[in-house]
Design a protein around this ligand. Structure first.
Ligand code: SAM
Length: 218
């Protein structure tokens, strides 16, 4: 199964026609085999216009959201990027095509292991994996030119802003458990500029500077 036609159709109908313009993002999404990142029983709907379950109550994001978040980072190819929420590894693969080195953190062990297996199988060598609480960031490798948070956060934490390089951009869904706003933060001359992109719906970012799993108040 190669699914090239499904990918070309997905990019035309779901991405380009809805306003995604970054040619590198469109080309990358024509290339990365999304069907290899979903459970085998969902491979036939891998290119549908929706998020899909990847187990552990988590999801692979809708293709449009992956493209939009990638475009928001304005990558040109040489960037160091931190991703919070490896999930299936699909967004990680897109970033690995668009940037130069990717640092990705996932809190659920089994999801990270499965994503590592898929990404290694596809031959990506510019990705470093971490299993743990991504809300702490990954200070050893900071600063990052781009930070992407693929789970919904209650607020924009200073910990992540501090790990963003001068001129860097962070894309993060911020809000409550029902809905969030996709926000882009840019660091310019040590000042922070915030831009609201659109409404969105993500699973919760759980951790020290995210939601509290035990209290379940998200
Ligand atoms: N980008 C992923 C993909 O392409 O499949 C989708 C990610 S899914 C919407 C959000 C992921 O964030 C889940 O796998 C979840 O376990 C993870 N997550 C939630 N809180 C986290 C945290 N504090 N640190 C790392 N990962 C976290």
């Amino acid at each position: 199964m190669n699914c090239m036609n499904e990918r070309l159709n997905m990019v035309d109908v779901q991405l380009a026609h809805r306003g995604i313009k970054d040619k590198r993002v469109l080309d990358t999404m024509r290339k990365v085999p999304r069907h290899l990142f979903v459970p085998s029983e969902l491979a036939s709907v891998a290119y549908a216009d929706q998020p899909l379950s990847i187990g552990e109550s988590q999801t692979i994001s809708q293709p449009y959201m992956v493209a939009l978040m990638s475009e928001c980072l304005k990558l040109s190819g040489g960037e160091k990027i931190l991703e919070l929420g490896t999930g299936s590894g699909y967004q990680t693969a897109i970033l690995a095509e668009l940037g130069s080195s990717i640092y990705t953190i996932e809190r659920i062990n089994i999801l990270s292991i499965e994503a590592q297996r898929t990404l290694n199988h596809l031959g990506y060598e510019n990705i470093k994996f971490n299993i743990g609480d991504g809300t702490l960031g990954w200070s050893e490798n900071a600063p990052y030119d781009g930070i992407i948070v693929t789970a919904g956060a209650p607020k924009i934490s200073k910990v992540l802003i501090d790990q963003l390089s001068e001129g860097g951009r962070m894309v993060i869904p911020v809000g409550n458990s029902f809905s969030q706003e996709l926000v882009v933060i840019s660091k310019i001359n040590k000042k922070i500029k915030t831009e609201n992109i659109c409404g969105c719906m993500f699973v919760p970012l759980i951790g020290k500077y995210g939601w509290n799993k035990e209290k379940k108040y998200y």
